[in-house]
Ligand binder design. Structure first.
Ligand SMILES: Cc1cc2nc3c(=O)[nH]c(=O)nc-3n(C[C@H](O)[C@H](O)[C@H](O)COP(=O)(O)OP(=O)(O)OC[C@H]3O[C@@H](n4cnc5c(N)ncnc54)[C@H](O)[C@@H]3O)c2cc1C
Ligand code: FES
Length: 355
């Protein structure tokens, strides 16, 4: 018989049941309790917390997410922890809104209905679901596709559409040279008519409502996907707040949706778009910002005199997020009002620690 353990979460005083061999994060998803998380694979540290009582077994994780010193002092990752007896856990990044907006994770059947090339290595796809999914703007799902060779591959992707389109999901996906999932975009596994499984929703980087102050949106590459959803959800909400939307790319050829963005900024003067190119040195035709996106965020926020009292959302490659978070911190953005999704790769380029 499968053993079941009780996990008490402090300081919220919530109990959940976890089965033998099940991670605490998966048990929480199953019971419709949304705890702080990001990658779900032991790489991003978003689910880090303290074990106060009991014993856990840890699956493989990156020491960037949980250092040896943190582990020795009782630190654990919810997405990697298997309970060995009843536990008491202290949540470090307790987010009341995340908990109150919990949506139970479910499986959905879907079919790919559209594919579009946005740049040389960024594609948009559309998936029609058999039944609607409830999610918040900025969240993501796990998509499972079958390759031509009959293998299944699962990866996380953030919805680019808004939650009101609950049965037709759009995704912006970057192709990696050896990417097992993303190569299927051209190799035949991800083609119009293909059946896919969608599991979700996941993620805490979703749009918070009824706040004051400016909104800072930062995306790089396919990080556009959740930021596009957040931007459109914000516009649909009718909230009148200044929005600074920074987008980092390498060259002009890596930019997309420029016509759509021009239409948005023309209709909404309170929304500013700041594209930033990191490799435009030889491009005299480029009139916009040059450098890395976090550098330009810093210069612009200082120039505009924006210090704190706002919400910041950032999505994209982990190095971009790691460089940006101290910038927002130095500009006095409240850590409780800064939301990130690191697009960590599944096959981690960093060492995973086995236990
Ligand atoms: C919360 C979350 C949300 C995400 N949302 C999106 C999204 O909306 N759009 C999107 O395109 N991706 C998103 N991702 C990333 C996505 O899940 C995959 O990791 C990515 O598509 C690569 O998968 P793959 O199978 O093509 O490559 P893999 O087979 O996993 O990797 C192939 C090679 O590419 C390298 N690689 C893979 N990803 C990266 C990276 N980020 N940076 C540098 N090298 C890399 C790997 O090191 C490896 O060498 C998200 C990830 C997370 C955790
Ligand atoms: S969600 Fe656990 S380390 Fe990313």
């Amino acid at each position: 018989m499968t053993e079941t353990y009780t996990v008490r979460l402090e300081p919220v005083g919530v109990d959940l049941e976890v089965e033998e061999g099940e991670t605490i994060l998966n048990a929480a998803f199953r019971q419709g309790i949304s705890l702080p998380h990001g990658c779900k694979e032991g790489q991003c540290s978003a689910c880090k917390c303290n074990l106060m009582e009991g014993e856990v077994d840890l699956l493989k994780y990156s020491t960037f997410a949980l250092s040896d010193g943190e582990r020795e002092n009782g630190g654990i990752l919810l997405c990697r922890s298997l309970a060995l007896d009843d536990l008491t856990i202290e949540l470090l990044n307790f987010d009341e809104e995340l908990l109150s907006k919990s949506i139970a994770v479910k499986d959905f059947q879907g079919r790919i209905t559209r594919k579009e090339n946005l740049t040389h290595d960024i594609r948009a796809i559309e998936i029609d679901l058999a039944t609607p999914i409830k999610f918040w703007a900025g969240q993501y799902v796990d998509i499972t596709v079958r390759t031509k060779e009959g293998e299944t591959v699962t990866r996380s992707f953030s919805m680019a559409n808004t939650p009101d389109e609950a049965q037709k999901l759009r995704f912006i996906i970057k192709k990696y040279p050896d990417g097992r999932f993303s190569n299927e975009l051209d190799a035949g596994g991800i083609e119009i008519g293909a059946d896919v499984t969608v599991r979700g929703p996941f993620g805490g980087c979703f749009r918070r409502e009824d706040r004051t102050g400016p909104i800072v949106l930062v995306a790089a590459g396919s990080g556009m996907s959740p930021i596009w959803s957040i931007l459109h959800d914000h516009i649909a909400s009718g909230e009148d707040r200044p929005v600074y939307f920074f987008y980092g790319a390498r060259t002009q050829g890596d930019l997309f949706y420029l016509d759509e963005i021009a239409a948005i900024t023309a209709a909404h003067p309170e929304i500013a778009f700041i594209p930033v190119l990191s490799h435009a040195d030889d491009d005299a035709s480029w009139q916009g910002a040059r450098g890395f996106v976090h550098e330009v965020v810093q210069t612009e926020l200082r120039r505009l005199g924006i210090e704190g009292d706002g919400d910041a959302y950032a999505c994209g490659p982990p190095p971009m997020i790691d460089a940006l978070s101290p910038v927002l911190f130095m500009q006095d953005f409240d850590p409780d009002r800064t939301f990130y999704d690191k697009f960590t790769p599944s096959t981690a380029p960093v060492a995973l620690k086995a236990h």
